[in-house]
Design a protein around this ligand. Structure first.
Ligand SMILES: Nc1ncnc2c1ncn2[C@@H]1O[C@H](COP(=O)(O)OP(=O)(O)OC[C@H]2O[C@@H]([n+]3cccc(C(=O)O)c3)[C@H](O)[C@@H]2O)[C@@H](O)[C@H]1O
Ligand SMILES: Nc1ncnc2c1ncn2[C@@H]1O[C@H](COP(=O)(O)OP(=O)(O)OP(=O)(O)O)[C@@H](O)[C@H]1O
Ligand SMILES: NC(=O)CC[C@H](N)C(=O)O
Length: 551
């Protein structure tokens, strides 16, 4: 009779700090694995604590509480499949990123991470100590080697595991999404399979944590580099994968294959999931936002409706004397198409009152940006009053282009708890609206169809803070602005690089100046969904005071 091994893959969504609840999720999936007669159930990196914990895990009381949950889990799950679960490991006063193997009622072994990621959003060298490479462990007939996430991005750990007799590589991950990352992961894992000649299980977590979104999309590779199973992206899933011992070693029996989203869908799903989880995990079930009739607030309203349902999204139009009839119509059309409530709160009364209060001080000065910003701040104040009164979190709507150049009012339209489009350039916002109008998926809680009317997408962007204002009065056209920003921010290009590419030197220098000047605004801005490898916050950490200008 063939020798086999059934491995249950738990692609789940843990909550940072919810130790007991995460342990309960592990107990439930273990029971399902036991019912499916599995030999082992694998959970993801740092599952017991949720991920990323940042400095929270450096607090010894927290790390010890997590380890106690794991001991209890081992005791509760004695009779059935082994469990692999990520968690912190405190040993001799040092903190490690560990993967616990629970078997027969106790912790059988703890694999400790060797390669600590320390770039982009990661600071693991600051948080954990790196361990020597840990050898394979045996569960029934199979010797398993476990490189923990970053360990599998380099050849060394897998190489050592092969030399010490591993027959399968099981890689638990906490790998956050950025655009087109699945392809990068698959290329790296293919390299590990080619080098080792072993089957490889890549198991990733799912869910939003602050700015980061974990997209799941776990997969299994066989030697010969064939994909034996592919789990879905951005949703929880549990898969039972069967391995059979052949003359050539262990091989996975081909299982389910979930189609993967292309990049527009993946970004949109990332924004929906991160908002849904940010709200749910912080205890909010409702949001509100200022709906101007423009494209940014329209896409944020659509993302919110898809995340928590249109009945939980309050849209508010706050017109001033500069608000056009088109904007009033467009805001109404968006709210109606999405099925969201729309309230109307004119700001002309408060504006007159603020003007009167300041008149003695401002006498003799010319009206300008100050008065324009007062409108934005009055909207921010009124929206926050509604947030307080109704318990709805305020969403802020600045896209990456605006956040990059500071084209937004601090303590005004920047008010808000979360910003799903913070890492999406304006030119991509246009395309994302078109994608959402043309596509509907079962994970969207909002309605299908043209939820953002074409006129909202096609009209020239305007903040409507003065008569006839357009964004391109102050900024280069968005296709130029975004291309320059993509160079300066995402590729860290120099002014000379961009001029050599054909951009106007004066435009590049102006954009660079605005970018550096508005660091203080970004520092005080709401968190938002990370979609790229250069999202503002952890990926790009610039000084606020900075006199350097390139070129
Ligand atoms: N380094 C620094 N650290 C801390 N604070 C600093 C600072 N530099 C300036 N500041 C402060 O920041 C203030 C200037 O920033 P801020 O008050 O935001 O005003 P500001 O950036 O001058 O104006 C807002 C801009 O956003 C545009 N806009 C576009 C789209 C929508 C909206 C909207 O509101 O709906 C606005 C608007 O047209 C205008 O160009 C200064 O008065 C100063 O107090
Ligand atoms: N008349 C308004 N009613 C309600 N909210 C508004 C209004 N004007 C601006 N806001 C809020 O302030 C944000 C900044 O808007 P503004 O129109 O000034 O610039 P924008 O970045 O082009 O945004 P949008 O494309 O949504 O109009 C809007 O997204 C919206 O949330
Ligand atoms: N948690 C990790 O070690 C993740 C690091 C790896 N570079 C990734 O992003 O997938």
């Amino acid at each position: 009779m063939a020798v086999t091994f059934r491995l249950t893959l738990a692609q789940l969504n843990p909550v940072v700090g919810a130790l007991a609840a995460n342990a309960d999720r592990a107990r439930a999936v273990w029971a399902a694995a036991k019912a499916a007669k599995a030999d082992m159930v694998a959970l993801t990196e740092m599952f017991i604590t949720g991920y990323q914990t940042q400095d929270l895990v450096t607090k010894p009381a927290f790390a010890r509480a997590a380890m106690a949950e794991i001991d209890q889990l081992a005791a509760d799950c004695a009779d059935g499949p082994a469990i692999g679960i990520g968690g912190p490991h405190l040993k001799d006063g040092q903190l490690y990123n560990g993967y616990y193997i629970l078997h027969g009622g106790k912790v059988a072994t703890v694999v400790l991470k060797h390669d600590l990621p320390n770039d982009g959003v990661f600071d693991e060298k600051r948080i954990f100590r790196a361990s020597d490479v840990h050898g394979p462990y045996r569960i029934g007939p199979l010797r398993i080697g476990t490189p923990i996430c970053e360990d599998s991005w380099h050849p060394e750990v897998a190489e050592t595991l092969v030399e010490s007799g591993a027959e399968l590589l099981l890689v638990p991950n906490g790998s956050p999404y950025h655009r087109n990352k699945l392809e990068l992961r698959q290329n790296l894992m293919v390299a590990r399979v080619l080098e080792s000649g072993l089957p490889l299980v890549y198991l990733n977590m799912v869910g939003g944590q602050d700015d980061q979104v974990f997209d799941g999309a776990s997969f299994v590779l066989n030697p010969g580099v064939s994909l034996a199973a592919q789990m879905p992206a951005f949703v929880e899933d549990v898969a039972h994968v069967d391995f059979v011992l052949t003359e050539d070693g262990w091989r996975a029996t081909p299982g389910a294959y979930a189609d993967q989203p292309e990049e527009w869908e993946a970004d949109y799903h990332a924004m929906v999931l991160s908002l849904r989880d940010y709200l749910g995990k912080s205890g909010f079930s409702k949001v509100l936002l200022g709906l101007s009739g423009g494209i940014d607030s329209a896409i944020v309203a659509a993302i919110a409706a898809d995340a928590i349902g249109p009945a939980n999204v309050r849209c508010v139009m706050l017109p001033s004397e500069f608000t056009s009839v088109h904007s009033l119509e467009d805001a109404a059309a968006v709210a109606q198409a999405l099925g969201c409530r729309l309230d109307n709160v004119p700001i002309s009364g408060p504006q007159a009152a603020v003007g009167a209060a300041l008149a003695p001080l401002f006498a003799g000065t010319a009206p300008g940006i100050t008065e324009e910003n007062i409108q934005s701040r009055l909207r921010g104040l009124l929206l926050m009053a509604m947030s307080n009164k109704f318990g709805e979190m305020l969403l802020t709507t600045g896209n990456k282009s605006e956040m990059a150049v500071g084209y937004c009012t601090i303590y005004g339209d920047m008010n808000g708890g979360y910003n799903p489009i913070k890492d999406m350039y304006k030119t991509r916002v246009f395309e994302t609206c078109r994608w959402r109008n043309a596509n509907h998926r079962d994970w969207m809680m909002g309605p299908a169809g043209s939820v953002i009317p074409p006129r909202v997408i096609d009209k020239p962007p305007s903040a409507e803070l003065r008569e006839g204002q357009r964004d391109d009065d102050s900024l280069p056209p968005y296709d130029v602005l975004d291309a320059v920003l993509e160079g300066l921010v995402d590729r860290e290009a120099s002014v000379a690089d961009l001029v050599a590419q054909g951009f106007d030197p004066a435009v590049v220098k102006k954009v660079q100046h605005l970018l550096y000047l508005s660091e203080y605004k970004r520092f005080q801005s709401a968190p938002g969904t990370r979609l790229t490898q250069k999202a503002f916050w952890l990926d790009r950490r610039y000084p606020i005071v900075n006199r350097w200008r390139d070129g």
